[in-house]
Write a protein that binds this ligand. Structure first.
Ligand SMILES: NC(=O)c1ccc[n+]([C@@H]2O[C@H](COP(=O)([O-])OP(=O)(O)OC[C@H]3O[C@@H](n4cnc5c(N)ncnc54)[C@H](OP(=O)(O)O)[C@@H]3O)[C@@H](O)[C@H]2O)c1
Length: 228
């Protein structure tokens, strides 16, 4: 059997880079994207895995770069498309500027789903599309209002992932909307509860377990369901 192929969008650092490492260790072939390719940790990881990790440039909000990536992929067949890139904003609701709102919404909600739509023809039948969301986007659990625009952007991402499934047809792909845990990355900070290694190991286990199910689920890195 040939090695499965994954495209990880937003793999320059943090969880995306960790996931690239984890999938390589599990014998996947990986294509990872970074906004700045030259000098990146991802490029160094690629040099350590010749022929198994290819690095491409992508700012998720740049539609010309989205098209360029699609054209560079050509007929490459993917078993997994994992859209991980995201930003945070910790402003209180009363302090959110329209510009910050627009940027966080575009980066965290619209761009990930635009990329999935653009690249869906590269996915093998029965392949997996995964989106890095957050438990903070669960409307059912939203009882506090900190980081309001970040929460709203992940709730919007969750809504758009459901629209994505409706658009491509339920069962066409396995679609996983993930909460990675509160993880020690630049975004999660040093006091977060979970290491990058534990989070991505759990995510990779869930990806393997759910492979081919054709379902759409909102799951944490340990495979527990999260209410929408
Ligand atoms: N850490 C946590 O506790 C936690 C919890 C729940 C959800 N998440 C989600 O997990 C994902 C990864 O977070 P992380 O903790 O690994 O954060 P991180 O260390 O801040 O990394 C963020 C990643 O997203 C990329 N990115 C941001 N804006 C981008 C853009 N416009 N185009 C392309 N790439 C872009 C960054 O690339 P650059 O290096 O170019 O900036 C970087 O690779 C995010 O979606 C985040 O919301 C994280």
């Amino acid at each position: 059997m040939t090695e499965p192929t994954a495209l990880i969008v937003g793999a320059s650092r943090g969880l995306g880079l960790g996931l690239a490492r984890e999938l390589l260790a599990r014998n996947w072939t990986v294509i990872g994207t970074a906004r700045e390719v030259n000098g990146s940790a991802l490029k160094k990881l690629g040099e350590a895995h010749p022929g198994r990790l290819r690095v491409e440039a992508l700012d998720v909000n740049n539609e010309a770069q989205q098209r360029a990536l699609k054209s560079k992929l050509g007929g490459t067949e993917l078993d997994l498309l994992f859209v991980n890139a995201g930003i945070t904003d910790r402003a209180e609701l009363a302090d959110i500027s329209q510009q910050a709102f627009t940027n966080v919404m575009l980066t965290n909600a619209l761009s990930p789903v635009q990329i999935a739509l653009a690249l869906r023809e590269n996915l093998r039948p029965g392949g997996t599309v995964a989106f890095m969301s957050s438990r903070m986007g669960s409307i059912a659990e939203m009882e506090v209002g900190n980081s309001a625009v970040y929460r709203a952007s992940k709730a919007a991402l969750n809504a758009l992932t459901r629209c994505f499934v409706a658009g491509v047809g339920a069962g066409t792909f396995t679609v996983l909307t993930f909460h990675p845990g509160w993880v020690r990355t630049d975004m999660g900070g040093p006091n977060a509860a979970v290491s990058i290694e534990d989070s991505v190991r759990g995510i990779a286990d869930v990806l393997e377990r759910e492979r081919g199910s054709g379902k759409h689920k909102f799951l944490d890195y340990q495979g527990n369901a999260i209410p929408w």
